[in-house]
Design a protein around this ligand. Structure first.
Ligand SMILES: NC(=O)c1ccc[n+]([C@@H]2O[C@H](COP(=O)([O-])OP(=O)(O)OC[C@H]3O[C@@H](n4cnc5c(N)ncnc54)[C@H](OP(=O)(O)O)[C@@H]3O)[C@@H](O)[C@H]2O)c1
Length: 110
C-alpha cells in the first residue's frame, strides 16, 4: 500500500495496458480515476477493479474531452499526484509515410 492517499489518473484505463496500470495503482492503495469513451467498458472496469475507482467518460481526441477531464479534476478539489497518459494511437506504418490526418486522429487506438 505504497500509494495510500495518492490520486492517479489513467487515460484509457478501461481496457488493455491502461486497465493493468490502473489495477497496479489500485493494488498499491491509490485512488484511481480512469478515463475512456465507452461507459459500458468503464463500468466493467470499475467492477473488475473494485476499491476506490472513479470513472469518467471523455473523448481525449477532442479539446472538449480534455477540458472536461481538467474540469472534473478541478471540481473534485483533489489534485492529481500521478498522470498516466496511456490512451494514444499507433499506426503500424513507416514513420515517414504517416499522414497528417493519421497523426491528428487519436480516436483510433491500435
Ligand atoms: N498493445 C500494444 O502492443 C502496444 C504497443 C505499443 C504502444 N501501445 C500503446 O499503448 C496504449 C494502450 O494500448 P492498448 O493495446 O492497451 O489499447 P486498448 O486495449 O485498445 O485500450 C485503449 C484504451 O484507451 C481508451 N481510448 C481509446 N481512444 C480514446 C479516446 N479518444 N479518448 C479516451 N479514451 C480512449 C479505450 O477506451 P474507449 O475505447 O472506451 O475510449 C481503452 O480504455 C496506446 O496508447 C497504444 O498506442 C500499445
Amino acid at each position: 500500500m505504497r500509494l495510500h492517499n495518492r490520486r492517479a489518473l489513467v487515460t484509457g484505463g478501461s481496457d488493455g495496458i491502461g486497465l493493468a496500470i490502473a489495477e497496479a495503482f489500485s493494488r498499491e492503495g491509490a485512488d484511481v480515476l480512469i478515463v475512456g469513451r465507452d461507459t459500458k467498458k468503464l463500468d466493467a472496469a470499475r467492477k473488475h477493479l473494485g476499491g476506490t475507482i472513479e470513472t469518467l467518460s471523455a473523448d481525449l481526441a477532442t479539446s472538449a474531452g480534455i477540458a472536461a477531464v481538467v474540469e472534473h479534476v478541478k471540481k473534485s478539489g483533489r489534485p492529481l499526484d500521478t498522470l498516466v497518459n496511456n490512451a494514444g494511437v499507433a499506426f503500424l506504418v513507416p514513420f515517414e509515410i504517416v499522414s497528417e490526418e493519421q497523426s491528428s486522429s487519436p480516436s483510433r487506438s491500435m
